[in-house]
Design a protein around this ligand. Structure first.
Ligand code: ADP
Ligand code: LRH
Length: 494
């Protein structure tokens, strides 16, 4: 029996999950997962900026380690995955300089256009493979440069969030490849940091460490942490530290090309490749090539995702009317279909706050009735997301000249069965949903690879298929989805 511990830090919550690999009565090996700790993760506004509460996350992770042992588990390794792009800076004494910015902070507004003006949009795409998103690390650092941030002047090392958390537990600084490729500063052609681009933008190249690949052992917890928690010196492993890449590693796909949708705060829809696809069409359709585990590249699009629903829920909860996710889904189910649609990737929906008002404004501008009740608003979001998934899947098919037989959905959002069914209906193709805790499972898989318990990504995916059930959603043949898609495409957003 091999036991590992995965920390999966999403933008809305974090969890510590134990994975045990061992034989089952039929003689095969299975992975069994047990959640030992779950905690909320919030953005915090401090003055003009939005930050992560990184020390609270460290505190909760320590609690997770303690609870794992108290509950009788004895993991030998741990791995950390988090959302992409964000980072902390260390000074010459290796101390953290301030609270890391949240990727939804407004300091990067307008910088895509400014940087494209300096470097050229096509050149930037060919040198990074990434879609243009305002929060990419590049724009965050450029914003600090423009603000003459003294932190940037004195920083010696940049650690992306999972590497920062690993450092705070082990004292070892590292840089993991999948996260490095979310920065827009890593060159997919040369497979090196793009120092030339950094110099052009005034970003100091000294900050960046040589990336290591998922499956590399980093080192043990510090003696201070083991003494504080009363646990042995677990070894940290560099997993697919970008949560999206860990989730894709846990898609129970076989050897054929497949399409995936990682469904959480964000929706990431795409397909797995062996090389980045740096075509003109990839640039036009605003797809990313993100480094994946097992020497893969993931051709994918960021879709605003369940953030839309989370923000409406937050607004209503703050008004004192708490409603759970399952209750909201039930209300949506009872609401009338196709009353009004939004385009989830209209930029107005990106920043926190006022989500119901933003949805109303979108509907008003597009001459649609305003969804009023909670059920109407959530139904509008879910139908619109499902139509956006069809649009993105068709784009992925066009880019790769492949017809996918269906869509694998993974992540917390698949607990929303209405969304899974809407997605199958919108696509006219089956949806295979599972596992829910894909990022934590993918995280564990690379620990198992590091420990020699799993040979490679292919074997790891076979283990997922053998260990976790999949729910199948067959499409309803209903012409209203085709009509709604035509209206949706009319919004004109690629
Ligand atoms: P993150 O990107 O923060 O890691 P998750 O993968 O945990 O996100 O997914 C969180 C989302 O899953 C929530 O925003 C919510 O929309 C959805 N969700 C979670 N639990 C349920 C549930 N019981 N029923 C329906 N939807 C749920
Ligand atoms: C999803 C995710 C996504 C990034 C975003 C910042 O959690 O990692 O892949 O683009 O967060």
């Amino acid at each position: 029996m091999t036991t590992v511990l995965a920390f999966d830090m999403g933008a809305s919550s974090g969890r510590a999950v134990i994975g045990r690999l061992g034989p089952v009565p039929d003689g095969t090996q299975k992975l069994v997962v047990t959640e030992v700790h779950r905690f909320p993760n919030h953005a915090i506004q401090v003055g003009d900026h939005l930050h992560w509460d990184i020390l609270r996350l460290l505190h909760e992770m320590k609690k997770g380690i303690r609870l794992a042992f108290q509950n009788g588990h004895s993991p030998s390794t741990f791995g950390i995955d988090t959302w992409g792009v964000d980072f902390g800076l260390l000074d010459a004494n290796d101390e953290l300089l301030g609270n890391p910015y949240h990727y939804r902070d407004s300091h990067t507004e307008g910088l895509i256009e400014e940087v494209s003006g300096l470097v050229g949009e096509e050149a930037l795409f060919l040198q990074s493979g990434l879609q243009f998103m305002p929060f990419n690390t590049l724009y965050q650092l450029y914003a600090m440069k423009k603000a003459a941030s003294p932190k940037l002047d004195i920083a010696q090392t940049l650690l992306l969030t999972p590497d920062l958390l690993t450092y705070l537990l082990t004292g070892i600084k590292s840089c993991e490849f999948t996260m490095a490729t979310t920065t827009q500063l890593y060159h997919p052609g040369t497979q090196e940091w793009n120092a030339e681009l950094m110099e052009k933008l005034g970003i100091p190249p000294r900050l960046f460490m040589e990336p290591v690949h998922p499956g590399t052992i980093i080192g043990p917890l510090t003696p201070a942490v083991t003494a504080e928690l009363g646990v042995p010196a677990l070894q940290a492993v560099a997993v697919g530290t970008h949560d999206t890449e860990s989730a894709i590693a846990a898609v129970p796909a076989g050897d054929e090309p497949f399409a995936f949708l990682v469904c959480g705060t964000w929706s990431l829809l795409g397909t797995e490749m062996l090389q980045p696809l740096l075509s003109d069409e990839t640039l036009q359709l605003n797809f990313s090539n993100e480094g994946g585990v097992g020497e893969t590249y993931q051709l994918l699009k960021n879709i605003m995702g369940l953030w839309l629903l989370q923000e409406c829920k937050r607004e209503w909860d703050e008004q004192g009317q708490e409603t759970s996710f399952p209750e909201l889904v039930k209300m949506a189910e009872q609401a009338a279909p196709f009353r009004s649609l939004i385009h989830p990737d209209d930029p107005r929906f990106f920043s926190p706050g006022g989500m119901v008002g933003k949805i109303h404004a979108f509907c008003e501008e597009t001459n649609q009735p305003l969804p009023q009740t909670k059920g109407e608003i959530i139904r509008c979001i879910l139908e619109s997301l499902a139509l956006r998934y069809r649009q993105a899947l068709e784009q992925a098919e066009r880019l790769t000249a492949t017809q996918f037989p269906g869509l694998h959905m993974v992540g917390g959002g698949i607990q929303n069965q209405l969304l899974c069914q809407f997605t199958a209906n919108a696509l006219g193709k089956p949806v295979w949903a599972g596992p829910i805790e894909a990022s934590a499972i993918g995280n564990m898989l690379m620990q198992l690879v590091a420990l020699g318990e799993c040979k490679d990504l292919r074997e790891a995916r076979q283990l997922v298929a053998a260990s976790f059930p999949i729910d199948v959603y067959e499409p309803d043949s209903d012409a209203s989805w085709t009509n709604a898609y035509e209206a949706f495409i009319g919004f004109g957003i690629v």
